[in-house]
Design a protein. Structure first.
Length: 268
């Protein structure tokens, strides 16, 4: 089964971002992908962090969700929809929600980002406080897809291996990590973290990314990757807009897990 990871440079114009996303999804389907993953903030990366509250949708309906469902149905493509802001009952903040649609346009799963990026980058005048406008999720999510059992995660989550242990323990064969990594942290840690999560859990990793300079002045690292269960980088797109497509071999993965049974040796 082929999968695709999409790379974008999103901005504050939702309609423009959706048009680019739909074009890339069509490219992925034309290349034979059964599942395609969009990056974090694919539909909206505002001029200010608070702007996501203004375009947040109700869970289950809205311009972004409807567009994704229609694209999945039209292209006969499973879609991992990066993140989008969804309103939460009784909460001023929004959820950073990753939605999974099947190839009939039905929503199969929703994962709300658990680990929020509240950091001051060492040695730089760069500060982030996601928790000011985003409420954290609580539950790991694994879903059955046409390409295997998929564990959902988002960006900063990749620094917390216990989440991926929970996902692999729940049967995940593949992890998706839609991201908008900062340029300095990306240069330092992006590939290393993704390959580590793959190796530790003998899981494939699909990591679509934001790339380049955005209208708000932020620079994201890019380097969209697909990594195999042995930690090998199978495909990458260093910079710019585009897609990478790769075939997953779950039989080979199962053989590796049987021959090298580290998952069965866990005692904690």
């Amino acid at each position: 089964m082929k999968v695709a990871a999409l790379q974008m440079t999103s901005g504050p114009d939702v309609a423009a971002n959706l048009a680019i996303a739909q074009s890339l999804l069509a490219d992925a389907a034309a290349a034979g992908a059964r599942l395609a993953a969009l990056p974090e903030n694919f539909a909206f990366l505002g001029l200010a962090d608070a702007d996501k509250r203004g375009i947040a949708e109700e869970d289950g309906s809205g311009l972004i969700q409807n567009a994704l469902a229609e694209a999945a149905r039209r292209l006969r493509l499973w879609i991992v929809a990066g993140t989008m802001p969804l309103r939460l009952p009784g909460e001023g903040r929004v959820a950073a929600a990753c939605l999974l649609f099947d190839d009939q346009g039905r929503r199969i799963a929703r994962y709300d980002k658990i680990h929020l990026f509240d950091v001051d980058l060492p040695g730089r005048q760069e500060s982030y406080r996601e928790s000011a406008h985003i409420a954290p999720g609580k539950a790991p999510i694994v879903a059955e897809t046409a390409v295997g059992r998929l564990g959902l995660s988002i960006c900063y989550d990749v620094r917390f291996p216990e989440l991926y242990r929970a996902l692999s323990g729940a049967g995940a064969q593949i992890f998706s990590v839609p991201s908008a990594f900062t340029a300095p942290t990306g240069r330092a840690h992006w590939e290393t973290l993704l390959r580590a999560r793959a190796i530790e859990n003998l899981c494939y990793v699909i990591a679509p990314a934001q790339s380049g300079i955005h209208p708000n002045g932020r620079e994201t690292y890019g380097d969209t990757l697909i990594v195999d269960h042995w930690g090998r980088v199978l495909r990458r797109l260093p910079r710019g807009r585009g897609i990478v497509v790769c075939e997953l071999d779950l039989e080979r993965q199962a053989e590796a897990r049987a021959a090298f049974p580290t998952l069965a040796h866990r005692v904690i």
